[in-house]
Design a protein around this ligand. Structure first.
Ligand code: DGL
Length: 274
């Protein structure tokens, strides 16, 4: 199976794109809704939660896990890949969303001026700056934390005048830097992309995260046939949450844009050493 992990519902936008473009594989989605948001938590906490989730998904039989959550990708992925994975699941793979988005930004930029918006944890990590720095010399990268956007999206306040006011306040700070490409460095921001694109104006390209990540996953699977052959192709999708499964189904269908037939509730045991 391909595991898709997010701190809550947001990663369903990415799973939705996988199901469209890579529909034959078996998927296992885990949303840690009981402990969301991750975006305002410390590195240590984000690492522990993410490691527990990844351990759970490998135990369920996942071969490859995508950390759909930007916050987990920026704060936990490197340590998981370098320290935890080689000891615990040397044949498993865990990938994040930062490198695919950074690569897409470099492909898109005309003048080398790239903006990134994300949660406080993602922007504070400066991982986007680091990865973009490896991909192109002389790029100017401007990060902006937008901590109010996740709750606005979760409350369904997309398109409301109050939300647009907040959005403008955040975006004007990156717009002032004359960026020509904007990375939406948070799973939830895709819901605001029309308003974001309007506010940024026609001189700035706003990248489509799910589409980019899905394209890069397809590419990864072609380049890694040894992983690809181990992923069953029965078109099954399993959904798990750490919180109320009914609420997950109702909210999740909006994020996924299709029906979720059933959701299993799981308990992530913080006492157990993952
Ligand atoms: N999924 C998170 C991300 O992409 C946003 C929600 C959270 O703060 O947990 O950064």
């Amino acid at each position: 199976m391909i595991g898709v992990f997010d701190s809550g519902f947001g990663g369903l936008t990415i799973l939705g794109e996988f199901l469209k473009t890579l529909p034959n594989y078996d998927y296992f989605y885990l949303g840690d809704s009981a402990r969301t948001p991750y975006g305002n938590k410390s590195q240590e906490v984000i690492y522990t939660y993410t490691r527990q989730a990844v351990n759970f998904l490998f135990n369920k039989g996942c071969v490859l896990i995508i950390l759909a959550c930007n916050t987990a990708s920026t704060k936990a992925l490197r340590k998981i890949q370098q320290e935890w994975l080689p000891v615990n699941y040397p044949n498993g793979r865990v990938l994040g969303v930062v490198i695919p988005l950074a690569e897409a930004a470099v492909e898109s930029t005309r003048y080398g001026r790239i903006g990134v918006i994300g949660t406080q944890a993602t922007i504070d990590s400066r991982v986007y700056e680091e990865e973009l720095g490896k991909l192109g010399a002389g790029l100017k990268v401007h990060g902006q934390a937008c901590p109010l956007l996740v709750p606005l999206v979760e409350e369904g306040w997309v398109g409301k005048p109050e939300s647009n006011m907040i959005l403008k306040k955040y975006l004007f700070r990156v717009k002032r830097k004359m960026i020509d490409t904007l990375i939406l460095g948070c799973t939830h921001y895709g819901f605001l992309s029309k308003d974001i694109a309007r506010i940024m104006g026609k001189n700035c390209r706003v990248l489509n995260g799910p589409e980019t990540i899905s394209r890069k996953l397809a590419d990864y699977l072609i380049r890694h046939p040894e992983i690809e052959v181990r992923i069953p192709q029965n078109k099954t999708v399993t959904y798990c949450t750490t919180d109320d499964p009914d609420r997950f189904r109702i909210f999740g269908e909006k994020f996924l844009n299709q029906n979720i037939p059933s959701v299993e509730k799981i308990v992530m045991d913080p006492q157990r050493k993952a």
